[in-house]
Every structure is written in C-alpha cells, then in structure tokens.
Design a protein around this ligand. Structure first.
Ligand SMILES: [Zn+2]
Length: 299
C-alpha cells in the first residue's frame, strides 16, 4: 500500500507547489511518481480550457454591451439588458459541463487504474461504476451552473455599484473587463480543486472495486497556507466500511471534498483517504476476487 500513499502524497505535493507558485505552469510541478505521468497534463489542459471559456464569457458581455450602447441608452436600461438578455444567452454553463465531464472521466479513470494496480494486481481497473459515471454527469452540470451563477451575481453587484456612484457606460465596460470571475486565476483554482475531488472519487471507486479493501481511513493533512479545521483533525485515522459515510462536522461525506459537502468543508481541504486491506482476501484466487468485483459493480 506504500505506493498508494506515495501517489497521494505526490498529488498533494503537486497541488501545494502549484498553489505556492502561481506563475508556474501546472505541468512544470510534476510529482515524482511514474504512474501519475499523464495527470498533470490533463490538469493543465483543463485549466487552459476553463480559462478559454471564462474569456469567452467576458467577451459575451463586452460585445453584448457594445451592440446595445450604440442605441444610446441609460445605464439602468443597460443593466436590465445584461441581467435579462445577456444572462439568458450566456452559454458558459453548458460548455463548462462538457469540459468538466471529459476531464473527470479521464482523471478518475486514470487515477483509479493506478490505485487498483497497487492494491491488487489480480483485479486491475477496467470500467467506471455507474455510481461514478452518474456522479461525473451530475457534478459537471452543477459546477457549470454554480460558476455561471457566481459570475452573474458578481457582475450584477459591480454594475449596480457603478449606477450608485453615477458612473458612465465606459465604467460599466471596465467592470466587465476587470471582473475577477473571468480571470485565469479562477481557472487554475478550479482545475486544482477538481483534480483533488477526482482523486477522492477515484479512491472510493478503487476501494469499492477491490475486494480486499474492507475499510477506508480518513487522514488529516493540511498545507502551511490553510488553518486546519477541527472537525477534519478529529477525523484523522478514523476507519469506516467503504460504503459508509464519514461525519464531517455534522455533514455526511463519502470522502474528503465530497461535492455534497458545503463549500466551507471542501475548499482548501487537503485531507486524504487510505485503504484498509484484508490480507485474507488478498490471497484468494484471481477468479474469486474477479467474481467479488463483478458483484460490487452490480451493486
Ligand atoms: Zn480536510
């Protein structure tokens, strides 16, 4: 199991490095783990795609405003145009859903393959369970919607300020140009958060499909940057059956950064899981274990 731990540590080191050095290309902070080769590339590609979608979203509003102001209109009317017409025609959520779904499929499957290989070579990863496929579809759609809503709310708030301060149409355009929600930094934070989430989902997927794994163990870990959450520290070394939920500060969670947790329990959480293996099952025949995996996939 040493290698699974090493993989997770490498992944955490990689995230920590990319957070410390905002300028570094994500692919340049590659951890020392052979099986992880492709993952940093996936993360970097995803970051680029998200950044592109955010730029496109910014353009959608800038061009929309330009086409409207030529009709010589008040700032109040412009705000109504933006929050009704331009919000409605914003395609960000759907495109973000598509990119996220592709990214999560690649990374969850890629990480599960590495983790399952290390747990038990007799039962290599083949396919994602329906449970994980469903999670990827649902979470991708939700993330797209959440990010879009967040941009719209921030934009509306800033534009209202311009009106209150008696600003001009040009001020409104500047607000759109400078809105942090459209920045590259947001694409980076999103890519980092999602690869951490993907790694948790890949672990639980691997444990469920590996007959020898009986329990999952929560491990608290935090970087220097973030204040440890008491509830997460208390969970350190807690072991529960793979299909049970952890109690995170009163919220049920399948794993650290479970997307069903409130943002306050997810953001900047660097906790990890490790598998608790039953050695008696590990020595069963390949056929017996394969049969157990098939049953687990069915369930
Ligand atoms: Zn945590």
């Amino acid at each position: 199991m040493r290698k699974v731990e090493k993989l997770l540590k490498s992944l955490n080191d990689y995230i920590a490095k990319s957070e410390e050095d905002d300028e570094a290309k994500l692919s340049d902070v590659v951890p020392d783990f052979p099986g992880l080769d492709k993952v940093p590339k996936y993360v970097e590609d995803y970051e680029k795609k998200v950044a592109k979608l955010l730029r496109k979203q910014r353009k959608h509003f800038l061009y929309g405003v330009k086409s409207f102001v030529s009709k010589d209109i008040t700032l109040e009317a412009l705000l109504i145009f933006i929050t009704s017409n331009l919000f409605a025609s914003d395609e960000f959520a759907e495109e973000m859903e598509e990119e996220t779904s592709e990214f999560l499929q690649l990374t969850v499957a890629g990480l599960a393959a590495i983790i399952m290989e290390e747990i038990d070579k007799d039962v290599p990863f083949e396919v994602l369970s329906n449970r994980s496929i469903t999670w990827i579809e649902e979470w991708s759609a939700e993330l797209g919607k959440l990010m879009k809503l967040n941009s719209h709310e921030a934009l509306e708030k800033e534009l209202k300020k311009v009106i209150e301060n008696g600003g001009s149409i040009q001020d409104a355009e500047l607000v759109i140009k400078d809105l942090p929600q459209f920045d590259r930094a947001r694409a980076r934070t999103t890519a980092i958060t999602e690869i951490l989430t993907a790694s948790s989902v890949a672990q639980v997927e691997s444990y469920r499909q590996s007959p020898a794994v009986e329990k999952k163990r929560w491990r608290h870990s935090g970087s220097k940057k973030n204040n440890p959450r008491e509830a997460h520290v208390d969970l350190d070394r807690e072991e529960i059956p793979v299909d049970k939920m952890f109690d995170v500060n009163g919220h049920a969670a399948d794993h650290p950064r479970d997307t069903s947790l409130p943002a306050g329990e997810r953001v900047n959480c660097h906790c990890v899981l490790s598998p608790v293996v039953n050695k008696d099952i590990l020595v069963l025949s390949k056929e017996e274990k394969e049969e157990m995996r098939k049953q687990a996939l069915k369930d």
